[in-house]
Ligand binder design. Structure first.
Ligand code: SAH
Ligand code: DHB
Ligand code: MG
Length: 222
């Protein structure tokens, strides 16, 4: 099994089931032109997020880690007319690209890009006592995931869905001796989830254009 094969299968699925999308293509091109890292979700993963948000009937979405707004566009397109989304980003250059992409997508009134450390923005949201989010997508620095997940539980309610990207990272998640902050963060994330009676969760391994990785799905019970 090779990366080449995973790319071919992803291309096949994306051509068949996702199709061409000028707005998303322009968003990706703008992110590339601005020199952003190529770590956005793949098209077929973006569509998965979109379908999960639709299935969820999400009216309020929170994202941690905006980059150029690619996954934000997928998620926000699932919102109803009165829906809103907040996406958190630490890097002003990334936030700028994302805002331009969301404007081009006609989603600038729907999605707020909030600049700052995610940990600070999450505390702010908790302090403000905002209405619970129906879906949270966690996709920023992996070292922060235990804290981001704990915040997400406090910012959601029964029936909400929390999704965490990049929980496998080439299989390194099973390395209990790793000192890599991303691996340590991902393992602590799983400890936090396992000890959290409020959620029912699973993690799934994936292969594709983004390599060998995976995601966690956690449903807030009730
Ligand atoms: N969700 C995006 C990809 C996000 S990449 C997509 O699929 O399209 C991860 C992003 O998290 C980067 O833009 C990075 O700048 C941001 N990030 C990293 N550390 C962060 C932190 N502490 N707080 C907020 N954002 C952070
Ligand atoms: C990285 C971050 C991501 O969100 C991702 O999907 C892939 C890689 C990274 O920081 O390397
Ligand atoms: Mg990711």
């Amino acid at each position: 099994m090779s990366q080449q094969q995973w790319d071919a299968v992803d291309s096949y699925f994306s051509e068949k089931l996702v199709g061409d999308d000028p707005v998303l293509a322009a968003a990706q091109a703008a992110a590339d032109a601005a020199g952003l890292p190529q770590i956005a979700v793949a098209p077929n993963q973006g569509k998965l997020l979109h379908l999960l948000a639709l299935t969820q009937g999400a009216r309020r979405i929170l994202e941690v880690g905006t980059l150029g707004g690619y996954s934000a566009i997928w998620l926000a397109r699932a919102l109803p007319a009165d829906g809103t989304m907040i996406t958190l980003e630490i890097d002003p250059a990334h936030a700028e690209v994302a805002r331009a992409n969301l404007l081009r997508a006609g989603l600038d009134k729907v999605v707020e890009v909030r600049l700052g450390r995610a940990a600070d923005s999450l505390v702010e949201l908790e302090r403000a006592g905002v209405e619970p989010f129906d879906l949270v997508f966690i996709d920023a620095d992996k070292a922060g995931n235990p804290d981001y997940f704990a915040s997400a539980v406090r910012l959601t309610g029964p029936g909400s869905l929390i999704i965490v990207d990049n929980v496998v990272r080439g299989g390194s998640v099973v390395d209990a001796d790793s000192t890599d902050p991303s691996v340590v963060g991902t393992r602590r994330l799983h400890d936090v989830i396992a000890a959290e009676p409020k959620v029912s969760a699973t993690s799934v391994q994936t292969v594709g254009t983004k390599g060998y990785d995976g995601f966690t799905l956690a449903r807030v019970q009730g």
